[in-house]
Design a protein around this ligand. Structure first.
Ligand code: B16
Ligand code: MG
Length: 219
């Protein structure tokens, strides 16, 4: 019988610092359209799907575009983003993450990915950690974006662990809300004033010690 909880990691901003590249690519697109987006506005884009991010950004810039132009903007933002992350390798894991992944692997504690990104698999491959996840759920697998809990509920199913026994690491407001709505324990990674609805808060993984992980994984 499995007597440990299941862990679900968000990707961008939790495992790897791609959040800043999403921002730079969206900002470049907005600048090309004649307006800017701020870091505060970017907080609202974290964890949000590509389609919803673009809708939100165009709203901020008071821009209306045709369907074709919308598709073109999404494709060119993604191309720009992929170029920015092209040379990622295992040295790009965020500080402190490896220590936690190694502890979980060594102690047979299963973990899954629950990300809104449609680029999650190639990123995990680049980081050389893809095969360590028991399940990977990303933007290609869901019909409802965060803050809808779908992505985490599917991840829990892949782990074979009940939702209430899952713990989610998230850097976004939308993701913390999704985890809470799934009935899971939410751990906010980032600014605790922004991620105030999380059950636990840490600025980053260097603040998380193994004693804390040992405590929360116990059923
Ligand atoms: P893509 P996460 C999210 O990933 C990002 O936080 C968000 O900024 C991005 O728009 C979304 O993925 C879609 O990403 O364009 O790569 O499909 O944080 O849920 O891992
Ligand atoms: Mg994230």
């Amino acid at each position: 019988m499995n007597n440990t909880k299941g862990i679900i990691f968000d990707l961008d901003g939790v495992i790897v610092d791609t959040a800043k590249f999403h921002y730079l690519a969206w900002r470049k697109m907005a600048n090309d359209l004649g307006f800017d987006i701020t870091l505060e506005q970017n907080e609202q884009l974290k964890g949000v799907s590509r389609v919803h991010s673009l809708q939100q950004i165009l709203g901020w810039g008071n821009k209306t575009v045709t369907e074709e132009e919308f598709e073109r903007l999404m494709a060119s933002k993604n191309e720009d983003y992929l170029a920015r992350i092209a040379h990622m390798d295992d040295s790009d894991l965020l500080p402190g993450v490896k220590k936690v992944l190694d502890y979980l692997t060594k102690n047979d504690i299963s973990f899954a990915l629950g990300s809104a990104s449609r680029n999650a698999r190639p990123i995990l491959k680049g980081l050389k950690i893809e095969t360590r996840f028991k399940g990977i759920v990303d933007g290609n697998d869901v019909t409802k974006a965060k803050p809808n809990p779908e992505v985490f509920l599917i991840a829990a199913e892949k782990l074979g662990i009940a939702s209430e026994d899952c713990i989610v690491f998230e850097d976004s407001v939308a993701g913390v809300e999704a985890a809470n709505r799934a009935g899971m324990i939410s751990i906010g990674i980032g600014d605790k004033n922004i991620l105030k609805d999380a059950d636990y808060n840490f600025a980053d993984f260097t603040e998380i010690n193994i004693e804390f992980v040992q405590k929360i994984v116990r059923k």
